[in-house]
Design a protein around this ligand. Structure first.
Ligand code: FES
Length: 353
């Protein structure tokens, strides 16, 4: 950089403002050159290429471009002949891996080839852009200082001590506000998330109306309804952990887990509505396949098979609530959930019972 416009009397060196190299910045460009310099002169590119090294670099770059080509063809072939969007989950997973690896090789080959090309084969011309000195002239700095002082006098900040001090006092809490927000990081939920409002004998009431439900009232096959614990209809905290999906499933198709034989009432089953991924309400139901879907990240649970995960990021099934009927025929819980409800990461805040 050349300084040809600086009209200040003092040089940067005289003012003690000599630019220094800051730790972490690249070294001067002269020490970074990869190619030997040509003799300066008319028509000179500034650098000369070693033709032998250039040819070998060309071959390596070409090999990477070939890799890109082959991987690109492989991607198209895999996508056309082995489409993962049809078939089962295992097939979709294998297809995703294969397509991902092919695409990685496409971009990797292209990036490495281009890098070798640019670093080893492209010569560069040195271009100098003339600029004026970055620092202001001495009289400009003097004028600025003068304006600053005058402005300070005019505001009265210098001699109106009461005003200045109360302003500083008013601003002090602003600095503390971010620290106050840190409090929201804790405390850990501990036992609060371990239990819900369900317990033996609690009636299932319809969310919204608060009406208890008899098995006979819920007899349409493929039916689905959200229920909450009786007595907790207006308690949002309790509903947040205790909301349950009630489904009427074909009893002959239920795959009942050992120990859960008495957890349904003639095919009516109850699952936690809180997705075990990150806690969205898993409230979409596909009547023909009996799949429960979470709209947030598409986790899919098989309602016929203890709500086990068949697709998506959720790591565990929706917990099942054991249900039965009371003496008046109303649907009731037989106990609380036997495992924690909600996102798997909630469990980290829970001490062992
Ligand atoms: S919260 Fe349900 S899939 Fe993410």
């Amino acid at each position: 950089m050349t300084d040809n416009n600086d009209t200040s009397d003092a040089t940067p060196e005289e003012e003690g403002r000599v630019p220094k190299r800051v730790i972490g910045t690249p070294p001067p460009v002269g020490t970074q050159e990869l190619l030997p310099r040509d003799e300066p002169g008319e028509g000179s590119s500034g650098y000369v290429l070693d033709e032998n090294k250039a040819r070998s670099a060309e071959r390596v770059a070409a090999a990477f471009f070939m890799l890109t080509f082959v991987a690109g063809i492989a991607f198209i072939v895999f996508y056309a002949v082995w489409p993962g969007h049809v078939g089962n989950i295992q097939r979709a997973t294998r297809s995703n891996y294969t397509l991902g690896i092919a695409l990685t090789l496409v971009f990797l080959g292209l990036a490495v080839g281009l890098t070798i090309w640019v670093r080893s084969l492209v010569t560069t011309k040195e271009i100098v852009q003339e600029r004026h000195a970055i620092s202001s002239r001495a009289e400009d700095r003097e004028t600025f200082n003068q304006y600053l002082l005058e402005g300070s006098q005019e505001t009265g900040l210098g001699h109106r001590r009461l005003l200045r001090r109360t302003l500083l006092l008013a601003a002090a809490p602003l600095g503390l506000l971010p620290l106050v927000l840190l409090r929201d990081l804790g405390p850990l939920p501990e036992k609060k998330l371990r239990h819900t409002a369900w317990k033996n004998g609690t009636r299932l009431v319809v969310d919204g109306t608060g009406l208890p439900l008899k098995a006979a009232d819920f007899n349409s096959p493929g039916g689905i309804i959200t229920v909450v614990p009786e007595g907790a209809e207006d308690n949002l905290d309790e509903i947040a952990t205790g909301a349950v999906l009630l489904l009427n499933l074909p009893v002959d198709r239920l795959k009942i887990k050992k120990g859960r034989e008495n957890w349904n009432v003639g095919g009516i089953v109850a699952y936690s509505k809180i997705c075990t991924h990150v806690g969205c309400p898993a409230a979409l139901y596909e009547q023909t396949t009996h799949h429960i879907l979470c709209p947030c990240h598409q986790s899919t649970f098989d309602a016929l098979d203890s709500a086990k995960v068949i697709f998506g990021p959720a790591a565990r099934p929706l917990p099942q609530l054991p249900i039965g009927v009371d003496s008046e025929g109303y649907l009731v819980a037989k106990s609380d959930f036997t495992e924690p409800v909600g996102p798997s990461f909630w469990e980290r805040g829970r001490p062992k019972a």
